[in-house]
Write a protein that binds this ligand. Structure first.
Ligand code: FES
Length: 122
């Protein structure tokens, strides 16, 4: 994904905005990226990617190691989100939550809104 591609589709937040926000505010917790135009507080799809951005910019833990989930094309990212949304809508999976399961796109969670729960990033 390029810097100007959207990471959070719900709130139209680009990768560049998230990286700049993280660099400028130095958030101690990944959940604080929700303060960047509400990123991650909609459908929940992007929460694992917000975690990754936080880890990479802050160099805060070993989540920055391994394959980068954002090193996929914007088209692939959009398709994965579309599939996620279909699965959530059909009840096949639960929405990534700002609590249980967020951070793991394969895990579900319960509906939630507002600030991201940092317990989900543990
Ligand atoms: S894509 Fe970020 S909350 Fe929906």
């Amino acid at each position: 994904m390029e810097l100007d591609d959207r990471v959070c589709y719900c709130f139209r937040v680009t990768r560049r905005k998230l990286i700049n926000f993280t660099r400028q505010t130095q958030p101690s917790r990944p959940s604080q990226l929700s303060e960047c135009f509400g990123a991650g507080t909609g459908c929940g799809w992007c929460i694992p990617f917000l975690m990754r951005i936080h880890a990479e910019v802050m160099d805060s833990d070993d989540r920055a190691d391994g394959p980068d989930p954002l090193e996929i094309s914007a088209e692939e990212y959009a398709q994965l989100r579309a599939t996620y949304r279909e699965q959530v809508t059909s009840g096949e999976r639960q929405k990534n939550h700002h609590g249980d399961g967020c951070g793991d796109p394969e895990a579900g969670g319960t509906d939630g809104a507002g600030e991201i729960d940092d317990d989900a990033f543990a």
